[in-house]
Design a protein around this ligand. Structure first.
Ligand SMILES: Cc1ncc(C[n+]2csc(CCOP(=O)(O)OP(=O)(O)O)c2C)c(N)n1
Ligand SMILES: [Mg+2]
Length: 608
């Protein structure tokens, strides 16, 4: 033991649990195994962190993600060595792609037997789990001894929670012998998340000036705005400067979609209004906030997205700026802080100009004049852009559903609209990867921020089957609605049993089309349709029965039956009172063509 270090009565596993508690950990999503027994014993001694045992480690990672994604808190998951750890991979990779703060703990055989062929050895002499995780985490390390343990755990938690740049998953491998060692005494630390405020003052002022003077500006916001919880600041800036806003599919709802200035979603399954306003017409100044301009948002990096005069780009990650489109003004920093600063700067400029105006005018005129009358004429005064948007909304007024309804089958668009009509406005939605996501992005009208979630970074099927379980734990009083395909449900549907086990009343709506519809429709939409070498269809599954088999409620909707207010009220009320989750198995019109054309064009152009 070194000078200054004292041994305490607890062991290292108990110290880790103590640190997780201090970091605000409420749940640990996990499947136990021999290599994690010390952690298990340590968890047994506390009632502050509740273990939620899932049915598959991928589910544990996705559920931790769902918890973290909706709440902004750290999600914690844990798996045993070897296959337990490797089963986490897709979930952690998905969290990495979407910058979700997760701490993944995995078991490890004792360091004393490294290299001897121990069961599930996962160190450098076996399947090197730490090294595998290094490829898609902000940090992956093995606690090689008890002395380094407190530092490494603290570092992992801090890195996950974004004290440096974007948040993201981290991984720690826990050798069994180190876990048993007496814990090193450490100085207590207060955990706090610091959002970096690195952007330049000059850049902020310049951005405000340019936005104020722009003729036809627009704002595009990405997932970074949701991550930094910047919806209020975005709203204030957009309304003050009278600038239309489009969001990426992932950031859907961060600007209220019912607002006059809302263009809706730009990109995959997005709104034709956003496309026409921003892509098909010239924008002189574009403010991009927390978006990497990825494929899904830009419909394959459409050149027409470039503004004619100036791109102002805000991102916490310097590496993102200018990655796909050249930025004239770059503001490296947290989206919320940067938007707030631009807002203050714009207000300052407006008030200076107003004073100038006052001085130069007669007192009589003065009282009536507003800044928008003189200095920044047409735009700030602004009905012009709102009128244009309203016209576009009318022009694209989405064809009534009845026009493309096949008798007796539920049109997926009607399904999405019926669900939204009949559940409370504070509901949180998840959409899985598949056509359900496309229908949801296009036809849900999100008024509340941080209430619509798609894991579009990694696009893993099955995400939205498991993640809502974590979301419901984070927000027990809000309805959690998961819109999922039947193929996706078959991947992680066993997590319904996890929800049943812990009384977590999520509502899953399964879009039952007996096919991997995204693949099926995608193939057909190409100019020369792609043949079915690997089939996309499969035999229909009875998801209500599957749900009932796991102890959940199962409801089948087929034929002329529709989702109604009474039905949803009943499902949600019963869920809240009993804790029993529900699976609604809806037989949809499998022939309805989903709004995925932009993706097909991208694949054709870039991967064809
Ligand atoms: C884990 C994983 N495997 C494969 C894919 C490719 N993929 C994307 S969507 C999709 C089909 C989804 O089918 P389903 O869940 O039934 O939804 P649908 O499209 O039919 O609505 C497939 C196979 C993927 N994104 N993720
Ligand atoms: Mg399907």
């Amino acid at each position: 033991m070194k000078k200054g270090e004292q041994m305490t009565k607890k062991n290292t596993a108990e110290l880790i649990v103590e640190m997780l508690e201090e970091a605000g950990g409420e749940y640990i999503f996990c499947i136990p195994g021999g290599a994690t027994e010390d952690l298990n014993i340590a968890l047994h001694k506390t009632d502050k962190i509740k273990p939620i045992v899932t049915k598959h480690e991928q589910g544990a990672a996705f559920i931790a993600d769902g918890y973290a994604r909706v709440s902004g808190k750290l999600g914690i998951c844990c798996a045993t060595a070897g296959p337990g750890a490797s089963n986490l991979i897709t979930g952690i990779a998905s969290a990495f792609s979407d910058s979700i703060p997760i701490l993944a703990l995995t078991g490890q055989v004792a360091t004393s037997v490294f290299g001897k062929g121990a069961v599930q050895e996962s160190g450098s002499e076996g399947v090197n789990i730490t090294s595998i995780f290094r490829n898609f985490t902000k940090y992956s390390g093995m606690l090689i001894n008890e002395q380094r343990a407190p530092f490494m755990v603290e570092k992992a938690i801090k890195l996950a929670s974004s004290s440096t740049g974007r948040p993201g998953p981290v991984h720690l491998s826990l050798p069994a012998d180190v876990m048993k060692k007496p814990a090193v005494q450490r100085e207590k630390h207060t955990f706090s998340v610091h959002n970096s405020r690195l952007f330049s003052r000059d850049g902020v002022n310049k951005a405000a000036e340019i936005l104020l003077n722009a003729k036809r500006p627009a704002i595009i916001v990405g997932w970074g705005v949701a991550l930094s919880r910047a919806a209020d600041e975005l709203y204030e800036l957009a309304t003050l400067l009278n600038i239309p806003v489009a969001t990426s599919p992932k950031a859907k709802g961060t600007f209220p979609e019912n607002e006059k200035l809302s263009l809706g979603v730009l990109g995959f399954a997005g709104s034709p209004v956003a496309k026409e306003y921003i892509v098909e017409n010239d924008i002189d100044v574009l403010l991009a906030v927390g978006t990497s301009f990825n494929e899904m948002m830009t419909s394959g990096w459409d050149e027409r997205l470039k503004p004619t005069e100036c791109l102002i780009q805000i991102d916490i990650d310097d590496e993102i700026i200018g990655k796909n489109y050249l930025a004239s003004i770059d503001l490296v920093g947290d989206a919320r802080a940067a938007l707030e600063e631009i807002l203050h700067s714009a207000e300052r400029i407006i008030s200076i100009e107003r004073n100038k105006l006052r001085k130069s005018n007669s007192p009589r005129l003065n009282r009536k004049k507003k800044i928008s009358d003189g200095v920044y004429p047409d735009r700030l005064k602004g009905t012009a852009c709102k009128t244009e948007i309203t016209k576009l909304k009318k022009k694209h007024h989405l064809v009534p559903v009845t026009n493309f309804k096949r008798a007796g089958l539920y049109n997926p668009r009607a399904l999405v609209e019926d669900i939204q009509k009949n559940v409370p406005e504070n509901s949180i939605y998840f959409a899985d990867i598949g056509t359900s996501m496309a229908w949801a992005i296009r036809y849900l009208n999100m008024k509340n921020p941080y209430s619509f979630f798609v894991a579009l970074g990694f696009c893993s099927m099955g995400y939205a089957v498991a993640a809502p379980v974590g979301a419901k734990l984070a927000f027990p009083d809000r309805p959690i609605i998961a819109l999922v395909g039947d193929g996706s449900f078959l991947m992680n549907g066993t997590e319904v049993a996890t929800a049943v086990n812990y009384g977590i009343p999520v509502v899953w709506v399964v879009f039952n089309n007996s096919m991997l519809g995204m693949v099926h429709h995608g193939r057909k939409l190409f100019e020369t349709p792609i043949p079915e070498g690997i089939p996309s269809g499969f035999k229909q599954v009875d998801f209500a029965k599957m749900a009932e088999g796991m102890g959940a409620r199962g409801i089948t909707i087929k034929g002329p039956k529709r989702i109604t207010r009474q039905m949803m009220n009943g499902i949600l009320a019963k869920g809240q009172s009993t804790g029993i989750p529900t699976v609604i198995d809806v037989h949809i019109d499998e022939k309805a063509v989903p709004p995925i054309h932009s993706r097909i064009e991208t694949v054709d152009k870039h991967f064809g």
